[in-house]
Ligand binder design. Structure first.
Ligand SMILES: [Zn+2]
Length: 185
């Protein structure tokens, strides 16, 4: 599977495909995500360039999960759709001054003065857990049937949702729809 570059531009292109061109922002940007709507409702799924191998793998996985009988098969609605499973968690470590700079830091409290010092412990961004997207498809299960004349009349006997894969993303790259009302689709 090719998840493509995780760059902002890639995401903006993805958004443009569904006409969100002008009003996009990232989760870390308060103008775009004020926390009022559940993140799961306003986040836009990352673009994935699915290929035939992905599709074949998904079909195999789906068939195995259903324990198909002879004469039964599955057809999948391709491509998969993504749902934000978990938004992930990011935090920043605290700045800690070195011995040399401790007095100056305690006096002025401005860590930016010491950002070039290798001995001070600079603030660091930690992705404790990535955002996770699940991609799934709907699939129909068919069975070969014959009518009284012996003609084949295949019949849909069931349908189900099948998980295709899980994709991880840096939480800061979660793309949000327009401010205020940015619901997906
Ligand atoms: Zn220092």
């Amino acid at each position: 599977m090719d998840t493509g570059p995780s760059s902002t531009q890639y995401w903006i292109d993805r958004a443009a495909e569904i006409n969100y061109t002008d009003d996009l922002g990232h989760k870390g940007d308060e103008d775009y995500y004020d926390g009022r709507n559940p993140i799961e409702d306003v986040a836009l799924a990352p673009h994935i360039a699915w290929n035939e191998a992905d599709r074949a793998m998904a079909l195999k996985k789906a068939a195995e999960s259903r324990d198909l009988q002879p004469g039964q098969w599955i057809e999948l609605d391709w491509p998969p759709t993504g749902h934000l499973w978990t938004p992930g968690y990011v935090y920043w470590t605290e700045f800690e001054s070195c011995v040399t700079h401790s007095d100056a830091y305690n006096e002025r409290g401005d860590e930016t003065e010491f950002e070039d010092c290798d001995d001070c412990r600079q603030r660091e961004r930690i992705v404790e857990s990535p955002a996770e997207w699940t991609f799934s498809v709907r699939g129909s299960i068919y069975e070969v049937r014959f009518d009284s004349q012996g003609c084949e009349r295949d019949r849909e006997i069931d349908e189900d949702s099948f998980e295709v894969c899980m994709v991880e993303q840096d939480p800061a790259n979660i793309l949000i729809g327009p401010p205020g009302n940015g619901f997906r689709d």
